[in-house]
Ligand binder design. Structure first.
Ligand code: HGY
Ligand code: MN
Ligand code: MN
Ligand code: MN
Length: 419
């Protein structure tokens, strides 16, 4: 991990000890020793262990921990009350994901509280660290599920019925974790207490590398969404079925993947097909069904719509040509999110000094902050990512940049809580 190389024995900053200590406790949880990637899927063993780590680390710091009706964790410094300042992120990962996406915002928040205490500061408003559930949507398909439930952006009925690859629903998985799925749903009382939400996150790109800054502030999240395409054909023998007699769903699937790339290039957008399920998935059988997911993102809605429409048309055209049926489903959609300008500028001034010299970044990555922004004043701080790589084991950040992010978050929390 780059941070290890970077933390020098002589590093006297007490905060780095706490950050490194917390980091070293969490880092092994759910990490694949061969790939170095993480598999922390909601309510699974690694995610449960990571949540358990958070609860004990928060309690060890005198924070009161509660789980809301949607499975999100809240660790309070001071009784939950109005105008609370909340910070945090997520602990779940994509398959074989990196160490920082999510955990940097959770570990960083706990370390920032330690930093406030080291500075002898005490918040004058309630301060909470939160861990949102199912941010990646890696198991149940809809990203930011915990924060969408909290804000009412998804109904408890739809969320509770979301099923994983084995047919286990969100409601059943919560129940197995000892939680009552009957409590799922928007929590306006809890939302009403939040005066501001600030998420610390590793940058998933290289803008901070180019600007030479360890920390930046977010201005907007691109519109983005996930669409599922189900191609249904006819299973048959690979060695005896004439090409003319086949209804092979793999062909319109392949056409859709290539068209996604062409359409994204033509519209300055991003399109990815990273997940596909083939049935029966046998070497010597023409498939009966191919289920694929399109992840599309663009700086504006028009470009995003153009990409999705082109992929849909290509899939349908090719399916008709090959005697295959295709059904498309919108699984999740996030509009353009502009973060609260006043909060953003206040943070840039506080952290960037009078020059306000904090780089302002847009991002194509979705975050719980993007969901919370629909309900409360919200901002994001980004920490430099030397390679820009994310959603991969190679994701890394230096110890110095992580500490700069924690110090920036501590400054922001001190400012917003009047500490
Ligand atoms: O996919 C995303 O943008 C985020 O990592 N959930
Ligand atoms: Mn992610
Ligand atoms: Mn994330
Ligand atoms: Mn045979």
């Amino acid at each position: 991990r780059a941070a290890d190389d970077d933390v020098h024995a002589g590093d006297e900053t007490p905060m780095s000890d706490e950050f490194e200590e917390l980091w070293s406790e969490l880092a092994p949880v759910g990490r694949n020793r061969i790939t170095g990637g993480y598999r922390r899927f909601s309510w699974g063993p690694a995610d449960t262990e990571a949540r358990g780590w958070f609860v004990s680390a928060a309690r060890a710091r005198g924070l009161d921990v509660e789980t809301d009706g949607n499975g999100n964790l809240w660790a309070w410094w001071g009784a939950p009350g109005p105008e609370a300042v909340v910070t945090g992120s997520h602990l779940d990962s994509v398959p074989d994901g990196g160490a920082y996406d999510g955990p940097l915002g959770v570990v960083g928040a706990l370390a920032a509280i330690g930093e406030l205490r080291r500075r002898g500061l005490r918040p004058r408003r309630p301060l909470a660290v939160t861990v949102f559930a199912e941010e990646e949507g890696a198991r149940f398909g809809v990203p930011c599920l915990g924060s969408r439930l909290l804000t009412g952006a998804i109904t408890p009925e739809r969320a509770g019925g979301l099923a994983d690859a084995d047919g286990v629903t969100w409601a059943r998985a919560m129940e197995a974790a000892g939680l009552d799925p009957g409590r799922l749903g928007a929590d306006h009382e809890l939302l009403g207490r939040i005066g501001a939400f600030v998420e610390l996150h590793i940058e998933q790109g290289r803008a901070l590398v180019h600007s030479g800054a360890p920390v930046g502030v977010a201005s907007a999240v691109w519109p983005h969404g996930r669409w599922r395409l189900d191609f249904s054909g006819q299973a048959d023998h690979a060695g005896t079925t004439r090409l003319a007699d086949r209804s092979d769903p793999m062909l319109p699937f392949a056409e859709a993947v290539l068209e996604a790339r062409r359409a994204a290039e033509a519209n300055g957008a991003l399109a990815t097909v990273g997940k596909v399920r083939v049935s029966p998935n046998g070497t010597n059988a023409v498939p009966s069904r191919v289920r694929a997911w399109l992840d599309a993102r663009a700086a504006d809605e028009g470009a995003l719509r153009a990409v999705v429409e082109r992929v849909d048309a290509a899939a349908r055209g090719s399916a008709a040509e090959h005697g295959v049926t295709v059904n498309g489903f919108l699984e999740s959609k996030s509009p353009l999110v502009e973060f609260d300008h006043r909060l953003r500028d206040r943070i840039a001034a506080r952290v960037g000094g009078e020059t306000g010299g904090l780089p302002l970044l847009t991002t194509g990555a979705g975050h719980d902050a993007g969901v919370l922004a629909t309900a409360v004043p919200t901002a994001m701080l980004f920490v430099r990512n030397p390679t820009g790589t994310s959603h991969a084991p190679e994701e890394a950040a230096t110890g110095a940049d992580c500490r700069a992010g924690v110090a920036a978050l501590a400054d922001v929390l001190a400012d917003l809580t009047g500490a």
